[in-house]
Design a protein around this ligand. Structure first.
Ligand code: DSN
Length: 500
């Protein structure tokens, strides 16, 4: 019996053979030998992603080169430590890979130092927090005791130091104002490690109020002033944050996970560039940056030796295959093509927001400066975010519900939808498509009503969706997707024949 690859090559004229497709089939074929179910699910995921409009602000589509860098024998190597300081032998190639990624990150962002091991944004934030604690609390405490090694402390000295480390203040953006769980939210370890405080956006404008933040920071005097967000639609003035941090004596940490691609592509420069102004900057690599799932940390030289100890401080062995993919993605982000992409993200988001406003939707703050916008659908349609998210998915759109500032519907149901354009911009969509997306979103919201709750009253989760509207919306979405197919080289019908 012929293998899938043989079947493909047999039916395809040599000049039509797609190298990317050949390697996809070869990989799936390899997987299917051991576990056909997993090969089938990868094909199904391609089908799902190709048949839904991806408006999740934190997702994107990476290149084949990034994917290939992750799928290989690099995963077999242990390399705890950092380049030239490993706890295992035979790390010379991993050292070279990590160093290459570090150099790419430094060059791309103009950073003094880079650390590319963190497995996720949450890990990167933990490493950053503990590096700052090590630099600002642990190191001076050791110096005062005339010690250099923690292991030499007596039980009493160690207890005192642990108490000091656990008694520091963090001031970050409130979760409801668009901050991240790891920025001091009580359900996250960050709020348990620190005495955690938050600043909110202005209740009337929905914008960051730097004077109010300064006043709060001067009262609290945090060890760490944290800027950055997961769901704030406007640009941030990091020079102003720097001034506030200097005034209150804080370390300025920035989580740029969402907008790192805009910084990399020079869509954010000057006051909007956090790397220039922050002491320690974290980012994921898979959002606007369009790399593999993972994270990196950029910092000033003063924090470098502490950040480099992320493993073993917080992390386990680095994922060499993912570090290789990060290096590839960072190199891709240094291209002119990527810069155009970053600018296009901003342009597309603005067009989408303006069109939503024109259609009568409530766009928080009236627009956007970055890659995302927030809709208040409780106000315009009496729906929870959860209901809006369900209705959109039903019509072929993936996006996520989001809390809005001072949200009365809480973090589960929420009142908002967060819409991001990095994915659709990667697919090549532009102004006409943004207008079409706004019209579909409006159509679906207009056709959705809260259903009666099983317990009586109105449900916060269940919906009724007008059948005609559902089918019209699905057809508009499919037309968009067919014009901008995901990974067009991959022949999905053939993959389904071979692997499902
Ligand atoms: N989960 C990411 C987001 O969607 O914003 C942040 O971690």
């Amino acid at each position: 019996m012929l293998t899938p690859l043989q079947r493909y090559l047999e039916k395809t004229p040599p000049h039509r053979v797609e190298p990317s497709f050949v390697s996809y089939i070869a990989n799936l074929q390899q997987i299917a030998v051991t576990m056909p179910h997993i090969a089938a699910l990868i094909v199904k995921e391609l089908e799902s992603q190709r048949s839904h409009l991806k408006l999740i602000a934190s997702e994107n589509y990476c290149s084949y080169a990034v994917q290939a860098a992750m799928g290989n024998l690099l995963t077999d190597k242990y390399a705890e430590g950092h380049p030239q300081y490993r706890y295992y032998g035979g790390c010379e190639n991993i050292d070279a890979i990590e160093n290459a990624g570090v150099e790419e990150a430094k060059a791309l962002f103009g950073a003094e130092h880079a650390y590319i091991q963190p497995h996720s944004g949450a890990d990167a934030n933990l490493v950053a927090y503990w590096s700052i604690l090590a630099a600002k609390v642990e190191s001076p405490a050791l110096a005062e005791l005339g010690e250099t090694n923690l292991s030499n402390l007596t039980e009493t000295q160690w207890e005192e130091l642990r108490h000091k480390l656990g008694n520091q203040k963090l001031l970050g953006l409130d979760y409801y104002s668009g901050g991240h769980l790891t920025h001091g939210y009580r359900q996250n370890v960050s709020a348990r490690m620190f005495r955690s405080y938050s600043y909110a956006v202005d209740r009337t404008t929905g914008l960051l109020d730097y004077d109010a933040i300064e006043k709060q920071a001067m009262e609290i005097k945090p060890l760490i002033l944290l800027a950055g967000y997961s769901a704030y639609p406007r640009s941030v003035n990091f020079r102003r944050f720097r001034e506030i941090a200097d005034k209150c004596g804080a370390v300025l940490m920035v989580d740029m996970a969402h907008f790192a691609g805009l910084v990399a592509g020079k869509a954010f420069t000057g006051d909007e560039d956090p790397v220039q102004w922050g002491d320690v900057v974290t980012t994921t690599t898979h959002k606007t940056l369009r790399g593999p799932r993972g994270a990196i940390i950029l910092c000033k030289k003063a924090f470098a030796e502490f950040v480099n100890k992320g493993c073993p401080l917080v992390l386990g062995g680095p994922l060499a295959h993912v570090m290789a993919a990060k290096a590839v993605a960072l190199r891709e982000a240094r291209s002119d093509q990527y810069r155009q992409y970053a600018l296009k993200i901003r342009e597309n988001a603005r067009t989408l927001a303006a069109e939503c406003v024109r259609l009568g939707l409530h766009v928080q703050t009236g627009g956007t400066d970055n890659h995302l916008l927030l809709l208040n659908i409780a106000e315009t349609h009496g729906l929870t975010g959860r209901q809006g998210e369900t209705a959109m998915f039903d019509c072929g759109i993936t996006l996520n519900r989001n809390s809005l500032p001072f949200d009365r519907n809480g973090p589960w149901w929420t009142s908002g939808l967060r819409i991001g354009v990095p994915g659709v911009t990667t697919l090549g969509m532009g102004e006409p498509e943004m207008k079409e997306i706004a019209s579909v979103v409006k159509l679906v919201l207009d056709g959705t009503k809260p259903a009666d709750s099983e317990k009586g009253g109105i449900s916060k989760g269940r919906i009724t969706l007008d059948e005609k509207i559902r089918s019209q919306a699905r057809s508009q979405v499919q037309t968009l997707l067919e014009a901008f197919p995901l990974y067009p080289e991959l022949d999905l019908p053939s993959l389904k024949t071979y692997f499902l």
